[in-house]
Design a protein around this ligand. Structure first.
Ligand code: DWN
Length: 407
């Protein structure tokens, strides 16, 4: 465990802390028993005034986060699968990708996205250090190597297979402590006329929606267009365009990056909007802690009122964000006794820190709770549609973010 003394991006000393969520367990480290030993680490967030990079202050070894017992599989969300398929087909059509092309995905998980290229005859390679996910990808015909992406592994890959026409890095550029080595690797691997697309939740949306629960140790960084623009230029790359997806992971940016500087008007508008909102100034983040406290007050008041009525409460989504929500809000298993989740790898495990057991959502039909706290609120629409029978039977949904609301 190392507490940073300088910005991981630009090296400026002492980025300023604006949020302290206390000591929390690793959000994706689901337990095999409720009394299994678990480590807790400080969870503080700081802002760098020089490069606008928002980042946590503690380094947890990536092997602890993504290799030992990592249970996140991307294919359990229909919405994410549709989003990923659209992106792959869009790239194939727009860039005329074919049998001579080479597409690399970093953090390719279970092959959820690259399979769309394989189905259309486009050569790919997935890289993901999580062994079970890599094995799953290979089992469906997506060539995948269980390794971290670094400048060193990028150089070896380019020497072996040549440059990549497309590099896709979704929900990973927030997860790598040595951010500069990671970006240098992408700069080394991408072809001169190639493109890099990077997706991460927008820090602007995180602040706007009070989505404090998307803060956990595997998310070292919380990116804005401004911080990504500076980061790419540092490595001879250029942020040229940005797409925003309001309904993905609480508001996700897809950044388009290349070796030539060809910024779009859409990017200029996004950068100007972030400056106008103040994402490049500390005072934009200064009151976030107070807003989290208000959310806590509001959420616990609704839960207390329901319990006073004798109503039972369960939770949906053993998400990493769910672990932050339960631990930071102090929602222990005597308040919410269990969590349901479709991910079969998670069922039978226990939530880190608060120790709720994770069950199959089928239990909602056989023994429905009065209230269902949607921890995976970023998929609330998909989950509520899926659980229409629960709602028809009188069940109610409690959405915690951006403002706790009982539906
Ligand atoms: O960056 C990351 C984000 C993108 O995904 C990773 N660090 C880890 C992960 O974070 P998360 O666990 O908060 O992500 P999700 O995708 O919001 O988690 C949703 C959870 O809900 C999963 O465990 C799957 C589950 N689920 C379900 O049980 N039924 C999801 C849907 C849509 C459903 O219908």
């Amino acid at each position: 465990m190392v507490a940073i003394s300088a910005c991981r991006g630009c090296g400026k000393p002492d980025p300023e802390i604006f949020l302290d969520l206390g000591k929390t367990p690793l959000a994706d480290a689901l337990l095999t028993s409720p009394d299994a030993p678990e480590e807790r680490f400080p969870l503080q967030v700081a802002f760098c005034a020089d490069c606008s990079l928002v980042q946590i202050t503690e380094d947890v070894e990536p092997e602890k986060l993504f290799v030992d017992n990592y249970l996140y599989f991307s294919s359990f969300s229909d919405h994410l699968l549709r989003h990923s398929r659209d992106h792959a087909i869009g790239l194939i059509d727009a860039r005329g990708l074919g049998g001579e092309s080479f597409v690399v995905e970093i953090a390719s998980n279970d092959g959820y996205l690259l399979k769309n290229f394989v189905e259309r005859g486009v050569p790919v390679l997935g890289m993901d250090p999580a062994p079970d996910q890599a094995q799953q990808a290979n089992s469906i015909g997506v060539p995948t190597r269980a390794e971290f992406f670094t400048l060193e592994s990028a150089a070896a890959l380019r020497a072996e297979k040549g440059p990549a026409d497309v590099i896709i890095a979704n929900n990973v550029m927030a997860h790598i402590p040595d951010l500069n080595d990671f970006v240098a690797g992408m700069a080394h691997l991408v072809a001169d006329d190639g493109v890099i697309t990077v997706e991460n939740p927008s820090v602007g949306e995180l602040i706007a929606r009070c989505a404090f629960d998307t803060i956990y140790h595997e998310h070292y960084f919380y990116h804005s267009c401004l911080s990504v623009d500076v980061l790419m230029r540092r490595h001879g790359l250029f942020l040229n365009d940005v797409e925003f997806f309001a309904d993905l992971h609480g508001g996700t940016n897809r950044w388009w990056i290349g070796r030539q500087e060809q910024p779009t008007a859409r990017l200029a508008t996004a950068l100007e909007g972030e400056r106008a909102a103040g994402l490049d100034r500390f005072d934009h983040y200064a009151d976030f802690g107070q807003r989290v406290e208000q959310l806590r007050t509001d959420l616990l008041a609704i839960i207390a009122a329901e319990r006073a009525e004798g109503h039972t409460i369960a939770a949906y989504g053993a998400a990493a964000k769910g672990a932050t929500m339960l631990n930071v809000m102090g929602i222990t298993d005597d308040i919410v006794p269990y969590v349901v989740d479709r991910n079969t790898h998670k069922q039978g495990r226990f939530m880190p820190g608060t120790h709720q057991e994770i069950w199959d959502p089928d239990v909602l039909a056989s023994d429905p709770p009065d209230v269902l706290l949607i921890l995976a609120w970023n998929f609330a629409e998909e989950i509520m549609a899926q659980q229409q029978a629960y709602a028809d039977g009188g069940g109610r949904f409690l959405i915690p973010v951006p403002t706790p609301e009982l539906i």
